[in-house]
Design a protein around this ligand. Structure first.
Ligand SMILES: NC(=O)C1=CN([C@@H]2O[C@H](COP(=O)(O)OP(=O)(O)OC[C@H]3O[C@@H](n4cnc5c(N)ncnc54)[C@H](O)[C@@H]3O)[C@@H](O)[C@H]2O)C=CC1
Ligand SMILES: CC(C)CC(=O)C(=O)O
Ligand SMILES: [Mg+2]
Length: 354
């Protein structure tokens, strides 16, 4: 079980260290996890001149799973033209064809004070955003900035082919079958041809899953409905851009973006596991970031790449026990709770597991 560990920039190394701390419990118990670290993002650029060095890509390609922190940490003004802060991560996702990004949005009832949900609703929040991860505006061609009649023009292209839509649709329906059998597809088919195709393929694939209810929402209405009636949703399937935005929004239902883990899968069991958040330069280096999204991503890795569901359950129960004892990082703290730092949160989850 070889894991490529790519902590990246900003709070990435701080939160990833806590996930590794927690995974060490299982190594001590004999689980054959092997870790190898690689550079990615701004730190890789500073040290090697490239945000995704060849050695890192090889490591990611050969590993059974990838534990990723966050990338960023670039000075925009010093970046060569054509290189963007998200490039390394996007390249790994695309080249390894990790097209299905699972972002579970489940609230811990212990965080009712941090979440905007009513106490009577928090237990019922259990949805998953399934974001298509290797297409859409993030990869479509043509793209770039060029001059037209002396005026600079920026271009990106929303592009999906029917095969890409079909394969994520099947994942959505199969996932719904393991849950409450409801799929909500989010698009903008009233304006965009790409999304018209998206909707028609969802309908076509949906006919193969007559036991699953399919509904459609436009992205603007979905953003609203997610806050108005979050308990309505089971599986939300959407494209790369809309999924990126909706998941940051949904994270706040749980209390903080620091609570939301993710798993990016391809056709097999290899996956890339990362917190939904970025490298948070505003709080980096202060030992205040919430590491639970990273720790919960490690749990997803044990479950989805290694079939170690019991170990994953144990991590989730340990997190719950620590929150139940009143410990909170700053982002989820409220009066009457005990505010602690990033490393201490990792120590407490480790202790709750040991
Ligand atoms: N997956 C990745 O590697 C991602 C990288 N980024 C990069 O990260 C950098 C910062 O981007 P932002 O838009 O500010 O998004 P961000 O997610 O890094 O931060 C947004 C806000 O959430 C807070 N936050 C994030 N994670 C937190 C945690 N674990 N605990 C407590 N608070 C947390 C931050 O302090 C900030 O106020 C940029 O360079 C961006 O490109 C952004 C999103 C994802
Ligand atoms: C590089 C970005 C696309 C990463 C991001 O915001 C995300 O995956 O949620
Ligand atoms: Mg994002």
């Amino acid at each position: 079980m070889k894991i490529a560990v790519l902590p990246g920039d900003g709070i990435g190394p701080e939160v990833t260290a806590q996930a590794l701390k927690v995974l060490d419990v299982f190594v001590r118990e004999g689980m054959p996890l092997e870790f190898e670290q690689g550079l990615i993002g701004g730190c890789a650029y500073d040290q090697t001149g490239h945000p995704l060095p060849e050695a890192t890509f090889k490591l990611a390609k050969e590993a059974d799973a990838i534990l990723f922190g966050a990338e960023g940490g670039f000075q925009y003004e010093t970046l060569p033209r054509g290189l963007r802060p998200g490039d390394a991560l996007l390249t790994v996702r695309r080249e390894l064809q990790l097209f299905a990004n699972f972002r579970p949005v489940v609230a811990f009832p212990e965080l009712v004070g941090a979440s905007p949900l009513k106490a009577s609703h928090i237990d019922g929040l259990d949805l998953v955003i399934l974001r298509e991860l290797t297409g859409d505006l993030y990869f479509g061609e043509p793209r770039g900035v060029h001059a037209e009649n002396g005026v600079q023009v920026g271009i990106n292209t929303m592009r999906y082919d029917e095969r890409e839509i079909r394969r994520i649709a099947h994942v959505a329906f199969r996932t719904a079958r393991t849950r409450r059998r409801r799929v909500c597809s989010v698009d903008k088919a009233n304006v965009l041809e790409t999304m018209e195709l998206w909707r028609s393929i969802l309908e076509e694939v949906g006919r193969e899953y007559s036991d699953v209810t399919l509904e459609h929402l436009y992205i603007d209405a979905a953003a609203m409905a997610l806050l108005r009636s979050p308990l309505h949703f089971d599986v939300i399937v959407t494209g790369n851009l809309f999924g990126d935005i909706l998941s940051d929004e949904a994270s706040m239902l749980t209390g903080s973006i620091g609570m939301l883990p993710s798993a990016s899968m391809g056709e097999g069991t290899k996956g890339l596991y990362e917190p939904v958040h970025g490298c948070a330069p505003d709080i980096a280096g202060q030992d205040i970031a919430n590491p639970l999204a990273s720790i919960l991503s490690a749990a997803m890795m044990l479950r989805m790449s290694f079939g170690e569901s019991a170990a994953a359950d144990r991590i989730e129960r340990a997190v719950r026990r620590v929150l139940g004892s009143g410990y909170r990082t700053a982002d989820i703290a409220e009066p009457g709770t005990k505010q602690i730092g990033t490393a201490q949160m990792g120590d407490l989850v480790f202790a709750a597991l040991s």
